[in-house]
Write a protein that binds this ligand. Structure first.
Ligand code: HEC
Length: 92
């Protein structure tokens, strides 16, 4: 039984990471596409404009629109989560 559990856990980890490589990667996308106009210091400056999670999401949408990438909703959400986890830390 224990072996079966270990196997199942391993299987989940492997399939999850295999899936992720084809999916949208927020960190990578941010590095390659979001640092052209500003770097990440705008997220941490004293007078930053974004002050809540919904505002963060709409800012990400606005910047995506400027960029012309037309990200899917899911990608906008992972990008928002990425910024929140690393810089903004708003409660959900
Ligand atoms: C076409 C230029 C441009 C690109 C590309 C761009 N941004 Fe921005 N972004 C701006 C401008 C302009 C501001 C406002 C800066 C200011 O108020 O000084 C801003 C501000 C922001 C803020 C708010 C910072 C604060 O004050 O809290 C966030 C968050 C943000 N951008 C995220 C992104 C993300 C995510 C991407 C990649 C999808 C991106 N930006 C790409 C122009 C851009």
């Amino acid at each position: 039984m224990k072996q079966l559990l270990t196997f199942t856990a391993l299987f989940i980890v492997l399939t999850a990471s295999a899936g992720a490589s084809e999916e949208f990667q927020a960190e990578k996308f941010h590095q390659t596409s979001c640092t052209g106009c500003h770097d990440s210091s705008v997220y941490t400056r004293k007078k930053r404009r974004v002050n809540s999670l919904p505002r963060l999401e709409s800012q990400v949408r606005m910047c995506d629109a400027n960029l012309g990438k037309k990200l899917f909703d899911d990608d906008i959400h992972s990008l928002t989560d990425y910024l929140n986890d690393n810089y903004y830390h708003f409660g959900k």
